[in-house]
Design a protein around this ligand. Structure first.
Ligand SMILES: Cc1cc2nc3c(=O)[nH]c(=O)nc-3n(C[C@H](O)[C@H](O)[C@H](O)COP(=O)(O)OP(=O)(O)OC[C@H]3O[C@@H](n4cnc5c(N)ncnc54)[C@H](O)[C@@H]3O)c2cc1C
Length: 323
């Protein structure tokens, strides 16, 4: 039997950059090598510059046009090739939509287990222990197993600090050849946030709006406040379901997990499914006309009032203060 050692972290790329969630997984991985080495697999197309800035003992580059966009078939082929070359004890993925898709997929193919949505991970001797939030983040539960082959885990986004750029120990190309029929899914369309839009998952300031805005048009107030603060716009599921805002702006259980320094919740009731996506924010400011709205339990600053009056006043004060 081949001896397994160290950790392999999958670094996803987007528009020529490593994705934050992957860099967070890289941070988590450092604690888990158990004396073995830390290998990063950078996946994408035209990604040499990204690979050169990943702080790992060894960096493998799977660079192919077929890997420009995520498909489970394409990425799993690259990762399986890396596993064969590295024989890691553990493969760690970031909590992106694709990472959450790949972890269970790869582990099922390998007949192994995957610990998903982990906010902490450790080895207790040969037992891999993952800590996961349950009941909408009200409790933490430890899940564990003793892997008999390479184990898989997915780290929850926004939990670990993203690893800083640095010099890799070595950089090698990992050839991945694709033949007809390898990719069973054809990607026909990708919706990309408009240029200039601030990335929600990496944003330090977020202004999120809820159904209390009353209409799609009224979201202009949220956009203006976000612009005045140099922040990103977020939304609740009620809003994205109504079609007022695109789905990539949704925050919460079935949307994005964010961890900004400042989070404005405007016209948002504070349902648990929303809170799990933003409870890592350092400071929450809530504006709601209902003094009993659950969001006030989480907010450090709560303003009870009508957003239609408060937001225009706040926006012009901030604009005036910023000159
Ligand atoms: C399986 C599942 C997954 C889900 N996933 C998510 C998720 O990922 N993200 C998410 O957000 N939700 C999610 N939800 C939905 C969630 O349960 C709530 O329905 C949703 O978050 C409510 O959105 P809201 O706060 O915008 O709307 P509401 O709950 O309708 O709240 C609107 C708020 O606006 C206030 N308001 C109204 N008018 C004004 C005014 N003029 N001035 C000031 N305040 C005003 C009201 O007092 C109220 O508190 C999920 C639900 C389920 C079942």
């Amino acid at each position: 039997m081949v001896e397994l050692s160290g950790v392999l972290v999958v670094i996803e790329t987007s528009a020529g950059d490593a994705r934050d969630a992957s860099l967070e997984a890289l941070t988590a991985a450092r604690e888990l090598t158990g004396g073995g080495s830390l290998t990063a697999l950078v996946v994408g197309s035209g990604i040499e510059a990204v690979a050169g800035a990943i702080q790992a003992d060894r960096v493998l580059i799977a660079d192919a046009p077929e890997l420009e966009r995520y498909t489970a078939d394409g990425y799993s082929k690259a990762i399986e090739a890396a596993i064969e070359s590295v024989n890691p004890k553990l493969v760690l993925l970031g909590g992106t939509t694709s990472g959450r898709d790949l972890g269970p997929y790869l582990s099922a193919k390998a007949g192994a287990n995957c610990l998903s949505d982990c906010v902490a991970l450790r080895w207790d001797d040969d037992t891999l222990v993952g800590t996961r939030p349950v009941y909408q983040g009200k409790l933490l539960s430890d899940v564990s197993y003793v892997p008999e082959s390479t184990a898989f885990a997915v780290v929850r986004g926004g939990t670990f600090e993203a690893a800083e750029a640095g010099q890799p120990g070595s950089v090698e190309s990992l050839p991945v050849e694709f033949s007809a029929g390898d990719l069973r899914v054809e990607l026909t369309d990708v919706t990309i946030p408009p240029a200039g839009a601030v990335d929600l998952e990496g944003a330090e300031t977020i202004v999120a709006g809820g159904r209390g805005l009353g209409s799609q048009e009224n979201f202009l107030l949220v956009e203006q406040l976000a612009e005045a603060l140099g922040g990103a716009v977020g939304a609740t599921r009620a809003v994205t379901d109504l079609g007022w805002r695109p789905h990539y702006e949704q925050i919460g259980q079935t949307g994005k997990t964010v961890k900004p320094k400042l989070y404005f919740a405007v016209g948002i009731s504070g349902a648990v499914q929303h809170l799990v996506g933003m409870q890592g924010a350092e400071t929450v400011v809530a504006i709601n006309r209902d003094p009993d709205a659950p969001i006030f339990k989480l907010a450090q600053i709560g303003v009870v009032g009508d957003l239609n009056e408060l937001l225009p006043a706040l926006i012009s004060e901030i604009q005036a203060a910023r000159g």
